[in-house]
Write a new protein. Structure first.
Length: 448
């Protein structure tokens, strides 16, 4: 936009009631607000949409990424609490199952409401972050938000950015990286959806619809009848009786920090979801002949935007070395899962390989994520949790998933409460005390 206009100078209301304010109500933000409130901080969680849960609810991602290292539950504490409560909404899943457990989105929305409010934190929905007021000396004085009441500002001793896109950190002047460091290319997005009136018995006896191990997916691609279905990405789960959730297809060249780009992607994603419904009905009539497209996500499934530059940047070398850190606040065992550029993804659609750049661990292996990945360089009273913590692009493909976001969020909430009770400097937090509190809550932090 080249033109500009000047707004008349005016004052806006300032809310100064809070010790800790969390922006972003996805898994990281919910865990952060819960942990901060449980630690005694007066906490507010601000969410731009009308529900908590982010990718697992509004975006309709149909399954949790693994909670185990294939030997034990390693994303514990609040993360484990969420997982166990989530399972109450999917009784068809085996009680002992820890990996790729289906999500009942409506159940999980209520779960997060209860979790956050039960901890004593307040929630403010339909409120969008639009600016940041500096306080000097590397501090954030207040965040500017927009809602039905107009513009207002919210002050806090400590802020937590759990927006996924590092929105508050970027507005506060944090150094950020975005996408590929050379080309700026971003991983593709996906618009998830739910098909209802599926024959559950037939669906469960199809084998798998993932990645083209079923030849019918190759026939869909080869037919040319469904021009929006161009690669093999087709994750799906039975999320309830007669309901199958799909994390399928890719939307490329989408920048989730650009509302024009996101708007076009959402329109195209809804059209793509209808093609998947029609293609499944043709290819798998026993299961999908009478299925209908019940819902598409109100949020787009976003894999990558900004990453902050923190006091430590986690790298692919750390992942490969299974590195342990003295200040680690959680462990991670999820594989490196970087979705390819369109050219590579389409070219590989028939070679029987995954659509991802993957590196995987053996059972029992994991790496640590240090607290310093949550602390942006140069900002004193701001922490970051979730997808936008300080990592290189490759390892971000591993730590971006929901169990890791829950774990980094819990650590950020405990640290924020500690900082708010002291000098509000997140770089001076007693990390040993944070780790002790995490362990007391059940976190998996083995001695190095």
């Amino acid at each position: 936009m080249s033109a500009s206009i000047e707004l008349p100078a005016s004052s806006i209301p300032l809310d100064e009631r809070w010790d800790v304010v969390v922006f972003g109500g996805g898994p990281a933000g919910c865990a952060a607000a819960t942990a901060a409130a449980r630690a005694g901080a007066k906490t507010l969680l601000v969410e731009r949409s009308g529900s908590l849960g982010g990718m697992g609810t509004g975006a309709l991602v149909p399954a949790w990424c693994p909670f185990s290292d294939k030997q034990q539950f390693i994303y514990s504490g609040i993360c484990r609490e969420v997982m166990e409560r989530s399972k109450a909404g999917t009784p068809h899943e085996p009680a002992e199952k820890l990996d790729w457990v289906a999500i009942d989105a409506e159940h999980v929305k209520r779960l997060y409401d209860d979790l956050v409010e039960g901890a004593g934190a307040s929630i403010r929905f339909e409120t969008l972050l639009v600016g940041c007021l500096p306080g000097g000396n590397g501090t954030v004085r207040a965040a500017v938000v927009a809602s039905k009441t107009g513009l207002s500002a919210i002050a806090a001793k400590v802020f937590i950015d759990a927006t996924g896109d590092a929105d508050l950190a970027a507005r506060a002047g944090a150094r950020c990286e975005k996408g590929d460091p050379t080309t700026g290319e971003l991983q593709p997005t996906t618009h998830c959806f739910v098909l209802a009136n599926v024959d559950s018995y037939a669906y469960q006896h199809l084998g798998t619809l993932r990645y083209g191990t079923n030849p019918a997916i190759d026939r869909i691609l080869a037919s040319g009848k469904y021009p929006r279905i161009v690669d093999r990405h087709c994750c799906n789960n039975l999320v309830g009786p007669g309901a199958v959730g799909f994390n399928a297809g890719h939307l490329w060249n989408v920048d989730a920090t650009d509302p024009e780009s996101m708007s076009k992607a959402l329109v195209e994603g809804r059209r793509m979801a209808k093609e998947y419904r029609d293609a499944c009905a043709e290819a798998f009539p026993a299961a999908f002949a009478n299925a209908w497209l019940a819902s598409t996500g109100t949020l787009l499934g976003v894999r990558e935007t900004r990453r902050i530059v923190g006091d430590y940047m986690l790298t692919a070398d750390d992942y490969i070395a299974r590195r342990t850190f003295a200040d680690e606040i959680c462990r991670n065992a999820y594989f490196i899962d970087v979705h390819m550029a369109k050219k590579a993804s389409v070219a590989n659609r028939k070679d029987g390989e995954l659509e991802h750049l993957t590196r995987r661990y053996n059972p029992g292996e994991s790496h640590g994520i240090p607290y310093r990945c949550l602390t942006p360089v140069g900002l004193r009273n701001l922490l970051v949790a979730g997808r936008c913590i300080s990592t290189d692009r490759t390892v971000n493909g591993s730590v971006r998933v929901m169990p890791v976001c829950l774990s980094t969020g819990e650590a950020a909430g405990i640290a924020a409460a500690q900082a708010a009770a002291a000098d509000a400097d997140v770089h001076r937090v007693d990390v040993a005390a944070v780790r002790a509190q995490l362990r007391a809550g059940g976190a998996y932090l083995p001695e190095g």
